[in-house]
Design a protein around this ligand. Structure first.
Ligand code: 5AD
Ligand code: SF4
Length: 430
């Protein structure tokens, strides 16, 4: 198919097709992957032959599931030989199964992911996540309604499990004026949503100024601002207050806790105790009562005992997260944790994973229910795809599916009709 080229000889537009098999859980995972793809600049297409990247998000439950997937993989391989499809990814339950390695070899699959390491898809498609791609000279993406802007690279922490400090080196902060200049340039070119990025954005500091100064300055220039990801040790109360007070900052805080056990936090070298994290959250809830809070949690880090796990469940109960990224520990080469004893057996990790997931979904569902019936101003992030709904975001940071043809970057007002654990659903705009 003819690939359109951006004016100015930019990169060819990329397309992706996601095929979902199986249960509601898979539908949800596909939604998450879809958001990542759209954020990375892919357009979604419905037919394999139109796609640069095809993702088969699979299910293992039905008897002939693997055979069915083999049929799809065979066809995709043919399309790839003809030069139509470029990359193939296999995700979901079959990706996590014992057969995955054999399928990968036989069909030359480019990326195999299990059920809950979808963050690796983000890396694969070039979204700035774990390993960022920032060079100070690299301009942000112009002409897009929402843009990512890297304000710092690297990381000065040494978390036991993490490859980032090894691969990205120590923290380098971009000067304030440089950041502001780019924000202005983006806003002039039509951007109305700027997300500040970095491994520990709240550790940003430059010539006596700290992250909150930068955030407030950006919030003066851009109509809508968010930032990720933060480190609890750097998160200042005044930043939490600013989130509540400033009308242009999305009231959504992503603050990775990793574990609720002080023993594990020490082993991970996180530099804070669970109660200090709790106190931060109290401040956030006090100043941003209608805001959303998300976190990262690792289950099954080496040495994690049953009582450590219970401490994590307790922290989830206390903090009432609106969502969480839950990761099963995976040893990364060159990290301290990769060489640690007391590896947690996979069946135990799986059980703990599900318990953490259930605890988070309970609080998320409860909190989302409170939004039902209210009218929200929704920023459209992704326009309607075929039969589906547009995906937007409230000022409180909730993801909303809206029944509208509004384009990305527009605002609509709509009433929230129902809510699940992960998204709100709104009807036609008022
Ligand atoms: N195993 C599991 N999860 C990890 N993360 C980082 N490294 C690992 C690992 N080795 C998770 C952390 C981090 C998020 C981006 O990814 O929770 O906050
Ligand atoms: Fe840095 Fe720890 Fe975050 Fe890795 S997990 S980027 S080491 S703060």
């Amino acid at each position: 198919m003819p690939l359109s080229r951006k004016p100015g000889g930019g990169e060819a537009a990329r397309t992706a097709c996601i095929r979902t098999f199986g249960c509601q859980m898979n539908v949800h995972d596909s939604d998450r992957m879809r958001r990542m793809l759209l954020d990375a600049g892919y357009a979604e297409v419905q037919r394999y032959e139109d796609a640069d990247l095809v993702i088969l998000n699979t299910c293992y439950v039905r008897e002939n599931a693997v055979n069915r997937i083999r049929g799809h993989l065979g066809e995709l391989n043919r399309l790839r030989r003809e030069g139509r499809v470029k990359k193939i990814a296999l995700t979901g339950c079959i990706g996590a199964s014992d057969e995955a390695a054999e399928l990968q070899e036989q069909y030359g699959i480019d990326l195999v992911l299990g059920t809950h390491n979808t963050y690796e898809l983000a890396e694969f498609i070039g979204l700035p996540t774990m390993e960022e791609t920032y060079t100070p000279e690299l301009p942000g993406v112009e002409g897009q309604k929402s843009a990512f802007l890297t304000i710092m690279t690297g990381c000065n922490y040494r978390c036991s499990y993490c490859v980032v400090p090894r691969v990205r080196g120590r923290m380098v902060c971009r000067p304030l004026e440089n950041v502001l200049g780019e924000v202005r340039r983006l806003v002039r070119s039509g951007t109305n949503y700027v997300t500040l990025l970095g491994q520990t954005v709240d550790a940003w500091r430059h010539e006596g100024r700290r992250f909150c100064d930068l955030l407030e300055a950006v919030a003066e220039e851009a109509p809508r601002v968010w930032f990720t990801t933060s480190h609890p040790s750097n998160m200042e109360d005044r930043t939490l207050r600013a989130i509540g007070e400033r009308g242009t900052i999305v009231k959504k805080l992503h603050l990775p806790v990793q574990s609720g056990s002080d023993r594990m936090l020490r082993m991970m070298h996180r530099g804070y105790k669970a109660d200090r994290y709790r106190r931060k959250i109290e401040v956030f809830r006090e100043h941003v009562p209608d805001g959303t809070l998300s976190t990262d949690i690792i289950v099954g880090h080496p040495g994690e005992t049953e009582s450590d796990h219970e401490a994590t469940l307790k922290l989830i109960e206390d903090c009432q997260f609106d969502s969480a990224y839950i990761f099963k520990f995976s040893p990364r080469r060159g990290t301290e944790a990769a060489g640690m004893q007391d590896v947690v057996p996979p069946d135990v990790v799986q059980r703990r994973f599900l318990e953490v997931l259930r605890a988070v979904e309970q609080s998320a569902f409860r909190r989302n229910q409170r939004k039902v019936g209210g009218v929200e101003e929704v920023y459209i992030r992704h326009g309607r795809a075929d039969s589906g709904r547009a995906v937007g975001e409230t000022w409180s940071g909730h993801a909303v599916h809206v029944d509208t043809d509004a384009a990305p970057g527009e605002y609509v007002r709509a009433r929230i009709e129902s809510a699940g654990p992960h998204v709100l659903y709104a009807g036609r705009p008022l």
